[in-house]
Design a protein around this ligand. Sequence first.
Ligand code: GUN
Length: 291
Amino acid sequence: MTAQIIDGKAFAARLRTRIATQVQALAGQGITPGLAVVLLGEDPASQVYVRSKGRMTREVGMASFEHRLPQQTSQQELLDLIQKLNDDPAVHGILVQLPLPSHMDEGAVINAITPEKDVDGFHILNVGRLATGQRAMVPCTPLGCLMLLRDHLGSLAGRNAVVIGRSNIVGKPMAQLLLRDSATVTIAHSRTEDLPALCRRADILVAAVGRPAFVKGDWIKPGATVIDVGINRTEDGLVGDVDHEGASQVAGAFTPVPGGVGPMTIACLLANTLTATARIHGLPDPDGLTP
Ligand code: GUN
């Protein structure tokens, strides 16, 4: 069997086109969605992300505000900037690029962002709202994975889903979203016993572990849908968390790396910025961008 490839790059491009159309409609009402991205320090990977975020923000017709601060910026200076962005009516979304320098308290910084502008969905209020089924801002990567799964499978109700990884950015919110769609959800992690056997029961397998080609072909249930969240830089280039060769022989469908989940994350950041803009202005949620 040769698995179908879930083309996240093409899906993300269509999503950005839909977002651009809705941004144009808002322009007719004198509203321009604005996204502020804050980057501390010189981490090369983060610089690349921030640059492409800025470019794509402008491409869909939104305003992009970039704030680059030195690595040794004090936490108070960062909190002061966040306060200014919270109060700025031209800014509808605020993203502080993680990881932060070690002298910062990440929780304190994230929770200083007003929840309505928290387009990452990391604020404790948004985490709680998602967990209790209230209207939340939803983290971008899991939101992108959910969109791909729904597009490929239709209803997720009753399907066995295994999420490998328990991070606050991907694993936990992914599990919440799958649960909201009535999947039967298991979160696996580094202490899980007999992970291969657990994975073999999964109709939906989401890998978010950050280890290259960690999930082997014989861990996959024949016909399963496999979502690979990994972006691992190796000597062979970008590699996912799933062994590509193995998955392509066993899975029903899987997301490639690159060109799968990665492009969906930035598209969902733009989707969240549009959603935040609509909510701030008291408009209905844009169609098809929220779970
Ligand atoms: N660093 C890696 N992924 C992310 C993300 O989704 N949001 C933020 N703010 N920083 C990140």
